[in-house]
Design a protein around this ligand. Sequence first.
Ligand SMILES: NC(=O)c1ccc[n+]([C@@H]2O[C@H](COP(=O)([O-])OP(=O)(O)OC[C@H]3O[C@@H](n4cnc5c(N)ncnc54)[C@H](OP(=O)(O)O)[C@@H]3O)[C@@H](O)[C@H]2O)c1
Length: 92
Amino acid sequence: MGSIGDNTSGSSYGYRMSKVAVSMAGKSLSHDLKPRGISVGILHPGLVRTRMTNFTGITPTESVQGLLARIDQLNLDNTGTFWHANGEVLPW
Ligand SMILES: NC(=O)c1ccc[n+]([C@@H]2O[C@H](COP(=O)([O-])OP(=O)(O)OC[C@H]3O[C@@H](n4cnc5c(N)ncnc54)[C@H](OP(=O)(O)O)[C@@H]3O)[C@@H](O)[C@H]2O)c1
């Protein structure tokens, strides 16, 4: 929902805009914190089975396992990357 390049369905204007803003904040943080040796990942949890999705999608446990794997993968060379929990790099 926060990817402009992957927006094939429209709608959810406020929600989408809020997620794009988070991505921009993360990208700027990645530049500003790199000199201090701090990496920043911008992470999409996937479609997760919560109240927000009427309990469709992967389980929270599966989502968190993927997110933890991405965090383990994060370093100063790939800082500022927008990842799906499954490891796919997402278009902005
Ligand atoms: N589920 C997905 O597939 C998915 C995908 C991508 C991103 N996300 C993001 O993940 C985050 C968590 O979503 P979720 O799937 O866990 O949804 P959720 O099950 O609907 O939970 C939303 C949480 O936000 C709290 N909340 C809502 N409005 C609030 C407000 N005005 N002030 C304070 N707290 C408020 C709710 O509190 P109460 O329990 O007290 O109502 C609830 O704990 C969201 O930012 C969502 O956009 C979710």
